[in-house]
Design a protein around this ligand. Structure first.
Ligand SMILES: [Zn+2]
Length: 254
């Protein structure tokens, strides 16, 4: 076999292997519905990710993540149905800085972008988020500016609404979960499988699976006794409306 043929075979095998790994990592997720509302939190499907939209007092809107679509079509359509526009989005909370969750942010120039302090460099594109797949991706500026760095345990007040902030490092170094109106928004820290079980972050895209699971275990312990969680929302799968228990049950087995 010629050297070029050997090279082509090696490249082909590598691409095929990567595709199989990708499928294994993301298979079996509970599919995201087009639109779902829980306690005033509107969960939108933006291709393969979710974006949460929360109407606030005075026509202001907060987003949790900004989606994979650079044009933010799903979010702009929902704003249109509410008689609002992009200028009404005043806050964007990032669960983490992976590009498929921040791409739409450029469509909302009035928004103050918030992320955990440990995620600012990832979100702005100054450092790799880590993980087997992401370490081969180039590190380059995302064009996004984080205006406010958040800390674990703090609460951000937006009029009459309070957003609690929790650090859940592991998927990325500064991954965050947010609790608002009884809805726990977990980003990619966890996933819902088709059978309704909670899974930890997909290893292929995750900096430290052990740290991710430890973070989720700690979060479940922290929130189980409160009765404060009515539903959980995930970055790539459908929401679960059964409180914190599916996460606590999964964490007991890890
Ligand atoms: Zn991610």
């Amino acid at each position: 076999m010629e050297i070029l043929e050997l090279l082509a075979l090696a490249v082909g095998l590598a691409i095929g292997g990567a595709a199989v790994l990708l499928l294994v990592a993301v298979a079996g997720r509970r599919a995201i519905p087009e639109r779902l509302e829980i306690n005033g939190v509107r969960i939108l499907k933006d291709s393969f990710v979710t974006v949460c939209l929360l109407p606030l007092d005075g026509g202001d809107v907060a987003l949790f993540d900004a989606g994979a679509d650079r044009n933010a079509k799903a979010v702009l359509a929902e704003l249109g149905r509410m008689g609002l526009g992009r200028e009404n989005v005043k806050t964007i909370f990032l669960t983490h800085g992976h590009r498929d969750h921040i791409a739409g942010a450029r469509q909302f120039p009035n928004a103050q972008v918030m992320a955990l302090a440990g995620e600012v460099d990832v979100a702005e594109g100054r450092t790799s988020p880590g993980g087997p797949f992401m370490v081969v991706m180039p590190v380059k500026p995302s064009g996004l500016k984080v205006h406010r760095a958040l800390e674990d345990g703090e609460a951000v007040e937006l009029g009459s609404v309070k957003v609690r902030v929790f650090a859940v490092p592991g998927h990325t170094p500064g991954s965050a979960a947010y609790l608002v109106n009884g809805v726990l928004i977990l980003g990619d820290a966890a996933d819902a499988a088709k059978d309704g079980r909670v899974r930890s972050a997909p290893w292929l895209f995750t900096a430290s699976r052990a740290e991710n699971r430890a973070s989720l275990r700690r979060l479940a312990e922290r929130l189980s006794g409160e009765g404060s969680v009515q539903a959980m929302v995930f970055g790539h799968s459908a929401a679960l409306p059964e409180g914190i228990e599916p996460l606590a049950a999964a964490a007991r087995e890890w």
